[in-house]
Design a binder for this molecule. Structure first.
Ligand SMILES: Nc1ncnc2c1ncn2[C@@H]1O[C@H](COP(=O)(O)OP(=O)(O)O)[C@@H](O)[C@H]1O
Ligand SMILES: [Mg+2]
Length: 281
């Protein structure tokens, strides 16, 4: 069979950005700042992409575009083959989950663990009008997802999430994302505010979850070692553009020192020592 046959049968990308451009008003009257500058990126279903780059590169803007909390000025975004460029965030909320860096932003601290899960599950089922939830089903789903973290959270379902540590809240946030089983998971430095031990645990369980459920994942991280170890592909952004895109053999042949050197050359910025130390530990 011809090569063309296989090419046409390749799966529809989970995410497809074409000439994706986003501008913001700058400080001056007519000043315009281009945060995303004509991005062309396809992400294969079920793959995990690490997104790296210096501050202001456009990483968070890209996640906002994927969430739908910002819309593109030019170009298009397709998710699972569907053009969602103009679709508001609430319409795609059941298919996309975001876990943010700050644990306080990911759970409602006035509610119990179980109530947080009930909201996550209601979102998945698009049953916003549901007054009462099936408590037994929510408890079972929550306990199953939480026990993977080995923190004993499955036995504390009625406790307020306000009493939990940062690491425990991030575990709850990841477990809530897992029960929602989104098509796309966005992680915005979701372990960088945790101490190294907890960060490692949450990162490892996150990887188990996304692999087991084959969730397409975009993971923003400043930790280059984490980017290499926990992804299939590393994208580096700089000034709104993708300046490096490594996967397969190219990625597996690259070690931390090699990636750090590429970062310094492409981004023109020396990495702080602590970045490398954190990554090496
Ligand atoms: N809502 C906004 N209004 C104005 N400028 C913004 C806004 N969001 C982001 N920017 C600008 O766009 C650029 C990219 O920001 P961001 O996507 O947050 O970068 P990163 O997450 O890679 O650090 C920055 O210069 C930032 O100041
Ligand atoms: Mg950011």
């Amino acid at each position: 069979m011809s090569q063309a046959f296989f090419e046409t049968r390749s799966p529809v990308p989970a995410i497809r950005l074409s000439n994706a451009t986003k501008r913001f008003a700058g400080l001056g009257k007519r000043e315009v700042f281009t945060a995303l500058d004509g991005l062309n990126v396809n992400v294969a279903p079920g793959s995990c992409v690490a997104l790296i780059g210096s501050n202001g590169a456009g990483k968070s803007t890209l996640l906002s575009i994927l969430m739908g909390t910002q819309l593109l000025d030019e170009g298009s975004l397709h998710i699972d083959g569907k053009d969602v460029s103009e679709e508001p965030s609430w319409k795609r909320a059941s298919r996309i989950a975001l876990v943010r860096q700050n644990p306080e932003h990911n759970v409602l601290s006035s509610l119990s663990i179980e109530e947080n899960f009930a909201l996550a599950i209601m979102g998945r089922e698009r049953a916003f009008g549901l007054r009462r939830y099936n408590r037994a089903a929510v408890r079972e789903a929550a306990a199953q997802a939480l026990c993977k973290f080995g923190m004993g959270l499955e036995d504390r379902l009625t406790e307020s999430t306000g009493t939990l540590s940062g690491g425990q809240r991030q575990a709850v946030a990841m477990a809530m994302a897992a029960v929602r089983n989104p098509r796309v998971l966005l992680l915005d430095e979701h372990v960088s505010a945790l101490d190294p031990k907890r960060a490692k645990l949450v990162a490892e369980v996150t990887e188990d979850i996304i692999r087991a459920q084959a969730i397409t994942t975009i993971m923003v991280t400043h930790d280059l070692g984490h980017a290499l170890a926990h992804s299939d592909r590393v994208l580096m952004m700089h000034r709104g553009k993708v300046v490096m895109d490594l996967s397969g053999k190219q990625k597996s042949e690259l070690d931390l020192a090699g990636l750090a050197a590429k970062f310094e050359v492409l981004v023109g910025e020396a990495l702080p020592d602590r970045t490398l130390l954190a990554a090496a530990s």
